[in-house]
Design a protein around this ligand. Structure first.
Ligand SMILES: NC(=O)C1=CN([C@@H]2O[C@H](COP(=O)(O)OP(=O)(O)OC[C@H]3O[C@@H](n4cnc5c(N)ncnc54)[C@H](O)[C@@H]3O)[C@@H](O)[C@H]2O)C=CC1
Ligand SMILES: O=C(CO)COP(=O)(O)O
Length: 366
């Protein structure tokens, strides 16, 4: 049993069959979570513990039954007991009925399809939060941009940060960011999600926060790969620091604020995802670095690893924009062009000499 100092105590509501008292002061929402994988389940867990009416949309009836009856999501979070208040269903109508707060937590590859399916059931002015950390193939669009296009009748925010799903359901102390230019939305989401183990910061730079979450997946793959080939701590710190430099450089070129990358959704998420085998992107990189091919690695993982697609899209975009991204470029070459693993080291150790730190709000460098 872990010492309680590292996580908040488990409330009575987590014990099977027992009812917990929700915190008294919060406004109670009717929350819908679209996507019953690891992260959707983690969000549902917090919302239900905070006393909100919480419905989780899952695709198959077996998962819904396991969540409702056994209080467990056996495929994505095995062994973790979920609060009584999480109600799972495969009916989109039921999940979205009267919902005033909607979280979208499906992989980026399914995002548009799910938005189109759900659109007629989402009321005007609903607060919608994307939890998805990916980039859409078509037009290099981020999820908030897809939401704006597909659900123009809603108010939009993005949640991103060092938020490994398993640690959230284990109630380990966690910080995150709600990003939106809509300050009232940020405040509402802060109140809805905050609890003794989950602290929510706000940031108006929705684009920067969202890009941080998507881009760090590239470096989590790189970090897993590097661990598999046995790089040392000097090399790992070197790689992560240069990763932060290149992701900020790229994001600033696209219009994000470089300071956002010093926050939880930038450096925070980079550290968490690049150092933990709980990260699916890290595990994917580790499998590739251990000699698996892409298909074998994907099959073994059995869950979403957004980084693979992001590497392809970002390497192509960086080339078009002439942004120097040696790590992303090397990963693209290794994964999609069959170049050897040491391409990553070779790219990092050669090429343009850069300043250690470059910051400019106007010149597009960081
Ligand atoms: N797991 C984590 O620790 C975190 C994940 N995220 C992000 O959340 C997003 C979702 O990731 P996870 O929940 O981890 O993925 P996952 O692989 O654990 O689960 C994906 C879920 O989406 C559902 N899904 C897939 N395609 C669908 C479709 N066409 N229609 C309806 N449902 C569909 C699956 O059935 C599954 O329930 C990703 O973009 C990820 O980067 C963000 C923060 C933390
Ligand atoms: O984004 C995450 C943690 O913040 C989860 O990362 P993975 O998708 O690599 O598991």
């Amino acid at each position: 049993m872990m010492p309680e100092i590292f996580h908040a105590p488990r409330p009575p509501s987590r014990r099977r069959g027992a009812q917990g008292d929700p915190p008294m002061e919060q406004h109670k929402h009717t929350a819908a979570i679209l996507g019953g994988g690891s992260f959707g389940t983690a969000m549902a867990s917090i919302l239900a513990e905070n006393g909100h009416r919480t419905r989780l949309w899952v695709r198959d009836p077996e998962t819904a039954a396991a969540i409702n009856e056994d209080r467990e999501n056996p495929r994505y979070l095995p062994g973790q007991s979920l609060p009584e208040g999480v109600h799972a269903t495969e009916s989109l109508d039921e999940v979205l009925e009267d919902a005033d707060l909607v979280f979208v937590a499906v992989p980026s590859s399914a995002f548009v399809e799910v938005l189109r399916q759900a659109r007629p059931k989402v009321a005007e002015g609903t607060l919608v939060v994307s939890c998805t950390k990916g980039i859409h193939e078509d037009g290099f669009l981020l999820m908030s941009q897809l939401l704006k296009r597909e659900w123009d009748h809603t108010r939009i925010g993005v949640l991103s940060g060092p938020n490994l799903a398993r640690e959230i359901v284990e109630r380990k102390f966690t910080g995150t960011v709600i990003a939106s230019p809509d300050q009232a939305l940020c405040q509402t989401v802060q109140k809805a999600l905050s609890c003794e183990y989950f602290r929510v910061y706000d940031n108006p730079d929705i684009y920067g926060v969202e890009l941080g979450g998507a881009l760090k997946n590239i470096y989590a793959v790189a970090s897993g790969m590097a661990a598999a080939i046995g790089i040392g701590e000097n090399s790992r710190s070197f790689m992560l620091t240069r990763a932060l430099a290149e992701m900020s450089r790229f994001a600033v070129e696209l219009g994000a604020n470089p300071l956002t990358f010093l926050g939880l959704s930038g450096v925070g998420d980079l550290i968490a995802t690049c150092s933990s085998s709980l990260s699916r992107n890290y595990r994917m990189g580790h499998a590739l670095g251990s000699g698996r091919d892409l298909d074998q690695a994907l099959e073994e993982l059995g869950q979403t690893a957004e980084g693979l697609n992001t590497i392809r899209l970002v390497a192509t975009r960086a080339e078009q924009l002439n942004v120097y991204m040696p790590l992303a470029t090397a990963l693209y070459e290794i994964i999609y062009q069959d170049k050897p693993l040491d391409t990553m080291i070779a790219r990092l150790m050669s090429g343009e000499h850069k300043h250690d730190v470059e910051f400019s709000f106007h010149g597009g460098t960081a």
